[in-house]
Design a protein around this ligand. Structure first.
Ligand SMILES: *Cc1c(COP(=O)(O)O)cnc(C)c1O
Length: 383
């Protein structure tokens, strides 16, 4: 048993090559030779299994403390693989602020397929309990919501799920196993968009799933192999390489985040900051402190009403205007016109996403340079 930081580097031992190569080889082969026509072999066809992908799947399994891991071609294809284990007529309780692509997959695809969905605020444990019906099979949510950073208690939801003999499924993209291991808190399935922190360099689209039992592993393996949205060997290797620096990157990103928050707090043009540590009296802070090792490097804030949030975002130079998060470079986006533009304005305001709300994902640059960039953009809107 080694420490998490050592697991990041050495978690998946491959040792299947005779060259002494330190890294697992990228096996660019769609098919593998049988010894003879009747003896089964471990690898036969790369959709069903590929040694490079398996190295990554073993690594994420180890990091999450699960039974088995799976590599998918994207976060959404991982989510598709997980939701496909249910049957038409099954009911799911789903967090009301889940990622837009997930919400659309549930409502525009799986509803048509016969899955019933009730969206609730998963912070409200009574609402979660009330939403459970006789055909409910799972509770699905994200630990930290995006862009408002509302925190759901994975351990408390696990107790509800266990009492009703249903599954708890957690999308833990924003925290990663460095900051929280949902399976250790009682969840059954954890999902990642590895496009974000695990990949970490804005150069891949990838998804990972880890389950806590053999029976779930069999079901997810069936989805992975039959839907066929598997992760390529090249991309599996890039995600593995990204994961090796996960904790180093997140440590710097969290330090930078705390510096940026301290600056934003001191600025009169900032009306509100969404990040668990900003209000130590809040439930968000209490739950996050109890269930995570750190609060990550995504935050959002509101510009004081009457000042121009669009001009502010357009004035930033170091922060790139882009969706996505979790990479080495800092990104900024305006949910009202970018990630959440599809939600009608009235509804969007009701769920707390104002026109003045700005989301930033902090990278590895110097905190001073990031703060100077924010300062010069605030100066632009004060003119
Ligand atoms: C980005 C994201 C997804 C979707 O992942 P892709 O890799 O873009 O398919 C799912 N959940 C969360 C929380 C995300 O941030």
């Amino acid at each position: 048993m080694v420490d998490f930081n050592t697991e990041l580097i050495h978690g998946a031992v491959v040792n299947d090559n005779h060259t002494g190569a330190i890294n697992p080889p990228i096996y660019n082969s769609s098919t593998f030779a049988f010894d003879d026509a009747t003896t089964p072999i471990k690898w036969d066809y790369a959709r069903s299994g590929n040694p490079t992908r398996e190295a990554l799947e073993e690594l994420i399994k180890t990091l999450e403390g699960g039974y088995r891991g799976f590599g998918f071609a994207s976060g959404l294809s991982a989510i598709h693989g997980v939701l496909s284990i249910f049957q038409p007529g099954d009911h799911l309780v789903v967090g009301d602020t889940v990622y837009g692509g997930t919400f659309s997959q549930l409502n525009d695809y799986f509803k048509r397929w016969g899955l019933e969905i009730t969206a609730v605020n998963t912070q409200d444990l009574a609402a979660v309990k009330n939403a459970i019906k006789s055909n409910t099979k799972a509770i699905y949510f994200e630990t930290f919501s995006n862009p408002l950073l509302r925190v759901t208690d994975v351990a408390a939801i696990s107790r509800i799920a266990k009492a009703h003999h249903i599954l708890e499924i957690v999308d833990n993209t924003l925290l990663t196993p460095y900051l929280q291991k949902p399976l250790q808190l009682g969840a059954d399935i954890v999902i990642h968009s590895a496009t974000k922190y695990l990949g970490g360099h804005s150069d891949v689209i990838a998804g990972l799933v880890v389950v806590n039992s053999e029976s779930l592993a069999d079901k997810i393996y069936f989805s992975q192999n039959r839907l066929g949205g598997t992760l390529s060997p090249e991309t599996s290797n890039l995600v593995r390489r990204g994961i090796q620096t996960l904790s180093v990157r997140l440590d710097r990103q969290i330090d930078n985040t705390n510096r940026v928050i301290a600056y934003l707090k001191s600025n009169d043009l900032v009306a509100k900051i969404n990040y668990p540590s900003v209000n130590p009296q809040s439930d968000d802070f209490e739950i996050a402190s109890r269930t995570t090792k750190g609060f990550g490097a995504v935050l959002s804030f509101e510009i004081t009403a009457g000042y121009d949030a669009i001009k502010f975002v357009n004035s930033l130079k170091l922060f790139k205007i882009a969706v996505s998060l979790g990479a080495v470079e800092s990104l900024v986006e305006l949910p009202a016109t970018m990630t959440h533009f599809e939600i009608p304005r009235d509804e969007r305001l009701k769920i707390g996403i104002k026109d003045e709300l700005i989301r930033i994902a902090i990278g590895l640059e110097s905190a001073d340079d990031l703060i100077n960039d924010l300062k010069q953009a605030f100066a632009q809107i004060q003119k």
